[in-house]
Design a protein around this ligand. Structure first.
Ligand code: ADP
Ligand code: MG
Length: 227
């Protein structure tokens, strides 16, 4: 078990953003989390990277428990996680290369190791030729691929993608989804929040549906037709 939510609720004032969540994620899974705006998807992600903590219940991620983790261990936990957001969040004054390299540089990797890893990732996302460009010179789809490369650069165990295609056209979204599937095929656990679970072909993932802070029982891709 890589992630578990044990009867987790998160209240903001009196309102539950998440209520009585029970969830287990195994290593290597591709989990698709959908549900309307305000359902609690981002809150669930925030509890996984422990940028926020449950009001009650326990979240456990890769051996770290939300009720016992020490401040000093938060960075150790986050080193196991890659995170991708809807709005890319690249650093505008840094080149593509430097954006992807940053996490490794911060971790103190040698310049040689950084170059090797970043070049390899840029080749994977087919943007080697754009390594000296700045984010504003790239299309949205290209920026999101760079953001995914940055999230993957330190070999995380889990990739959290919070509506990564929310700002992208359908054909570009497809490329981003393909990249996430490829990342999962190489062993990384992927959790994707999306408004459109049909982006992910049936049979490749486990589908969950959040509504008003409640998790529906796992449904099949076809199950969405009934929701
Ligand atoms: N920091 C916060 N303070 C107060 N309310 C919040 C906060 N974060 C989220 N919420 C509320 O929790 C609910 C779930 O939000 P969120 O997790 O962002 O949903 P989603 O990502 O599915 O759109 C919403 O009603 C939202 O207004
Ligand atoms: Mg959200």
């Amino acid at each position: 078990m890589l992630i578990s939510f044990q009867n987790v609720s998160r209240f903001y004032d009196k309102w539950p953003a998440l209520e009585n969540i029970e969830l287990t994620v195994e290593s290597g899974e591709f989990l698709v989390l959908s549900g309307p705006s305000g359902a609690g998807k981002t809150t669930l992600f925030r509890l996984i990277w422990m940028g926020d903590f449950p009001t009650s219940g326990v979240v456990e991620v890769s051996g770290y428990r939300s009720d016992r983790i020490r401040k000093g261990d938060l960075s150790n936990l986050r080193r196991k996680l890659g995170i991708v957001f809807q709005d890319f969040r690249l650093l505008s004054e840094r080149t593509v290369f430097d954006n992807v390299a940053l996490p490794l540089q911060v971790a103190g990797s040698s310049p040689r190791a950084v170059r090797k890893r970043v070049f390899s990732l840029l080749a994977e996302i087919e943007l080697s030729h754009r390594r000296s460009s700045y984010p504003h010179e790239l299309s949205g789809g290209e920026q999101q691929r760079v953001a995914i490369a940055r999230a993957m650069v330190a070999h995380p165990v889990i990739l959290l993608a919070d509506e990564p295609t929310g700002n992208l056209d359908p054909d570009v979204s497809k490329q981003v989804i393909e990249l996430l599937l490829e990342i999962n095929r190489t062993g990384t656990t992927v959790i994707l929040a999306t408004h459109d679970p049909r982006q992910i072909p049936a049979g490749t993932a486990r589908y969950l549906y959040l509504d008003k802070g409640h998790l529906a029982n796992p449904v099949s891709w076809d199950g969405y037709n009934q929701l």
